[in-house]
Ligand binder design. Structure first.
Ligand SMILES: [Zn+2]
Length: 467
């Protein structure tokens, strides 16, 4: 499907990706070069004196209020956006005609597990389709983990995502095994890819912090080794009390080590799983809300309304971030229901309506929990549109924001977005606005990271043979 060698031959209906990231050996970690296949095509009215490294001509810039509804040129030099205007007079060393399509800030992957990515069927398939069989299978698969295995799969998954416009990723790393191989492998990947993708790592105790005595020390060691975020899984701790204790411990560790927090919280259909309230209470008391993310919170979709409305009120007293993973939630949840069968997703629409920051993640790419997934954020947004019933025009646009600007807020990314002086991280999509990007599941025609073109995709074309 994806040709990472840059030899563009489209045998099927899939788009062609020309990716300047080498997919073999150590070169895969080099900073990519600009693909020379784009030739400048300069309008005669443009001064041929080269001022910019790269100019994107006549696109619709997403999130630039000053030029809303207008076509603009974007000038890039020294890795930064240096000019945005209806017409830039000077030329760029490279010119990309955008032709009225959108220039967007890159996609943000708020929640993924790169350590388990691309392992589906190993050592066996998840036949029940449940979260808990997935955890068992991963427990078996991780017995054979090696650093190389983790790094190769993680880099392959990041390239899949980067070719589709993702330039910021938060990945969980399982820190429940004694050698911390997943974390060590992903820390090496984080350093290796930093010139083209920003990777944030969560110390995630998949088996619980209090399920084994060693796990308490392992999560702390992971923070000392350099994990950016403290994770947790209170609903999978052995008792309710251990779950509460784990949330309190996570907040204490985050304060002690100056880290962000991202907890797998209430990822179950049990309407009595109520660790979100513990997170909210800790966030209100500590004032750490903006540094805290609650991932999944699928039980929120099963709470009775009297309780849910009370909790929504408490949420207004803090500003924690929510991360929903609609592809996975709709797949894993509701498995013990007969009919009616729950959707198993958190209250995305209501949280958005209340002004809470909600972002979306893939969670899985072909792993023990989910055999599908290509890393596309537009697939995630499309599923959110369906499963959260956010089909109104403004609601669809909100789902686009959940894979871009809201994700940037969740990850605390500084200098995100399109603006003069900001790092030149941007994508050109085969779409005229946010709505059509999701409607068409547009390809990322050009992906520019830190001022360099790292990937180019030609939209698929069908050739009919009808007489
Ligand atoms: Zn997860």
């Amino acid at each position: 499907m994806i040709d990472l060698d840059g030899n563009a031959t489209n045998s099927g209906s899939n788009p062609v990706v020309n990716n300047s990231l080498d997919n073999s050996g150590n070169n895969a970690l080099d900073c990519p070069n600009i693909n020379p296949s784009i030739n400048p095509s300069i309008n005669p009215s443009i001064n041929p004196d080269i001022t910019y490294d790269l100019v994107l001509r006549q696109g619709r810039a997403i999130g630039v209020a000053e030029f809303a509804g207008q076509l603009v040129d974007v000038g890039i030099a020294g890795g930064k956006i240096v000019a945005i205007a209806p017409q830039l007079a000077n030329a760029g060393a490279m010119e990309i005609p955008v032709e009225g399509q959108i220039i967007s800030p890159p996609f943000v992957e708020s929640h993924i597990h790169l350590d388990s990515a691309l392992t589906s069927g190993e050592p066996r398939w998840n036949e029940s389709g449940t979260l808990f069989e997935g955890i068992e299978i991963w427990g078996e698969r991780k017995q054979s983990l090696t650093l190389e295995d983790i790094k190769d799969r993680a880099i392959a998954a990041l390239k899949l995502q980067a070719s589709q416009g993702v330039l910021f990723v938060r990945s969980h790393a399982d820190v429940s095994e004694p050698q911390l191989l997943a974390l060590q492998g992903l820390l090496e990947v984080q350093a290796a890819v930093k010139d083209w993708i920003t990777l944030q790592l969560v110390a995630f105790p998949q088996d619980g912090i209090y399920s084994k005595p060693a796990n308490r020390e392992l999560i702390e060691e992971a923070l000392r080794l350099g994990a950016d975020v403290v994770g947790g899984i209170p609903h999978y701790e052995l008792t309710r009390e251990n779950g509460v204790q784990s949330v309190q411990r996570i907040f204490a560790l985050a304060e002690q080590y100056d880290k962000l927090i991202d907890i797998h919280c209430d990822e179950i259909d049990d309407d009595q799983s109520r660790f979100l309230e513990v997170m909210v209470a800790q966030a209100i008391r500590t004032g750490m809300g903006s540094r805290v993310s609650a991932s999944h919170t699928t039980a929120f979709g099963s709470y009775n309304n009297a309780y849910a409305f009370k909790l929504m009120g408490f949420l207004q007293r803090t500003n924690i971030n929510f991360i929903a993973n609609p592809l996975i939630n709709i797949t894993l949840q509701g498995r013990t229901d007969t009919y009616p069968k729950r959707r198993g997703v958190t209250r995305v629409k209501e949280l958005w309506q209340q002004g809470q920051n909600v972002s979306l993640g893939n969670d899985c790419i072909q792993d023990p929990w989910y055999n599908f997934g290509t890393g596309s954020m537009l697939d995630v947004a499309l599923m959110a549109v369906h499963v959260c019933q956010m089909t109104g025009r403004k609601e669809v646009e909100a789902c686009y924001d959940m894979i871009t600007v809201n994700g940037a807020k969740t990850l605390s990314i500084a200098d995100y977005g399109l603006g003069v002086g900001k790092p030149a991280n941007l994508i050109v999509l085969d779409a005229i606005d946010r709505f059509t990007a999701i409607q068409k599941r547009s390809v990322a025609k050009y992906v520019i990271s830190q001022g360099k073109l790292i990937s180019q995709t030609t939209p698929a074309q069908a050739h009919f043979q009808l007489s």
